[in-house]
Design a binder for this molecule. Structure first.
Ligand SMILES: Cc1cc2nc3c(=O)[nH]c(=O)nc-3n(C[C@H](O)[C@H](O)[C@H](O)COP(=O)(O)OP(=O)(O)OC[C@H]3O[C@@H](n4cnc5c(N)ncnc54)[C@H](O)[C@@H]3O)c2cc1C
Length: 399
């Protein structure tokens, strides 16, 4: 076991750090304050710089237009770009486009790749993923109600979705539809590509969401939306299989970025503790604050190692279901707790807009819900552990 970073990873991290120092941090405050048109201008500028430096689409293999660095190296640089909420899109690595480009690359036909994946990876268009519905549980998506019925050469889609992130301004949605209610639960769903301007696709509203800076988690009605049968991604009935391939890596992408957020909050906390005097001494000299620093250091490093381990296993071709679920619920809690402590150390300043902490805190809370709530990930881990014990295999962490 070697925890040392290879020279090419060190070099890559240096390049990403320089890019962040030179182009992201200087415009970050303006981006947070800016309206949508101003933000788009800022993105255009920083995206062009990322492309010019070969720092584009780190999540994708070269043949799909990405950097081709694999999962583990991606994790190492994502913890740097995750420090700023605007950086992922600046480097062409913004959810849900990341997941959508990955599944288009893995399951798309040549035609689908040409029409949707190539411009998506290039940053010329954006996309969204439309699965969750208000009427039924998103944590248990076997009960999703949106139906796609075949009519000649077309699918006709009817349903009601919400929390479709990024729908406003997207060129297309990948919609999770029930194509066969009589099939066994995990073969009922298919993923269908729907151009956002298709008649019958009605974006009702962006649902107001805490931490949301772009107002884009949308409620959508699909009413007799017609698309060609060739719009199915993969095979009919493959919806869950593809979702699993999308969500596993997607969750890790989040965890990698959370490391950057937690690290940045940690640095702000320590810096403040070393400067602020209370009751005749520095905050850094108070044991409570020292406990927060020590706990945060331990939790961030535990989170890092769990994330790197899961990324390493994915690079070896493993789905890493248990590892991904562990880091999803553990990482979300660490993210929240570290930012919370950093805010507390800053006092009133911590809840003001004068540091990035309050925006980071609002973003951290939904992390315990999206891409599967904490409880579902704990359930996945516990079930597998219990099954293994029942089979007499126990659970060997070293293995
Ligand atoms: C910011 C944000 C962005 C999102 N973006 C998208 C998107 O782009 N596309 C999309 O399709 N969806 C998106 N979602 C939706 C998200 O994936 C769902 O909210 C999530 O899957 C949970 O589904 P639900 O909200 O229906 O909660 P429910 O399924 O109703 O669950 C409610 C609560 O029940 C509890 N629970 C559930 N299962 C169990 C269990 N087995 N044991 C114990 N407790 C349990 C959990 O505490 C859970 O929070 C987004 C959500 C957020 C907050």
């Amino acid at each position: 076991m070697d925890f040392k970073m290879s020279p090419d990873v060190v070099e890559l991290r240096d390049r990403v750090s320089r890019y962040m120092d030179d182009y992201i941090y200087p415009v970050e405050a303006e981006w947070i304050e800016g309206d949508v048109p101003r933000r788009e201008e800022i993105y255009k500028d920083v995206q062009a710089k990322a492309k010019a430096q070969g720092l584009w689409a780190p999540h994708l293999p070269k043949e799909a237009g990405g950097m081709g660095i694999g999962f583990l190296k991606h994790a190492f640089i994502n913890e740097i770009l995750g420090r700023s909420l605007m950086a992922p899109r600046a480097m062409g690595a913004q959810a849900p486009d990341t997941g959508n480009s990955e599944i288009l690359h893995q399951f798309g036909t040549e035609e689908q790749k040409k029409r949707w994946m190539v411009p998506l990876v290039n940053g010329d268009i954006r996309s969204c993923f439309s699965m969750t519905e208000p009427e039924v549980s998103g944590a248990d998506p076997t009960s999703l109600q949106t139906r796609a019925v075949r009519d000649g050469d077309e699918w006709v889609i009817n349903g009601h979705k919400w929390f479709t992130s990024g729908a406003i301004g997207a060129a297309f949605a990948i919609v999770m539809c029930n194509t066969d209610p009589d099939a066994e639960p995990h073969r009922r769903m298919s993923q269908i590509i729907v151009p956002i301007d298709t008649p019958g696709l009605d974006i009702v509203r962006p649902v107001p969401v805490m931490g949301d800076t772009e107002g884009d988690h949308c409620e959508i009605y699909y009413r007799d939306v017609r698309v060609p049968v060739t719009s199915v991604l993969g095979e009919v009935g493959d919806g869950f299989r593809i979702a699993q391939r999308r969500l596993g890596p997607g969750r890790i992408h989040h965890c990698m970025r959370w490391l950057g957020q937690a690290q940045r909050a940690f640095e702000l906390m320590v810096d403040r503790a070393l400067k602020r005097e209370v009751f005749g001494g520095l905050l850094a000299d108070k044991q409570t604050v020292q406990n927060w620093i020590a706990d945060s250091a331990a939790e961030i490093q535990a989170s890092r190692l769990l994330t790197m381990h899961a990324a390493h296993k994915i690079d070896q071709g493993d789905e890493a279901r248990v590892e991904v679920s562990i880091i999803k619920f553990f990482g979300a809690k660490v993210l929240h707790d570290v930012i919370d402590r950093a805010i507390q150390v800053h006092g009133a300043m911590g809840v003001s807009g004068d540091t990035p902490l309050e925006s980071m805190y609002r973003h951290a809370r939904p992390a315990r819900i999206y891409d599967g709530p904490d409880e579902v990930h704990r359930m996945v881990v516990a079930r597998r552990v219990l099954r293994s014990f029942k089979n007499g295999a126990g659970w060997d962490f070293a293995a």
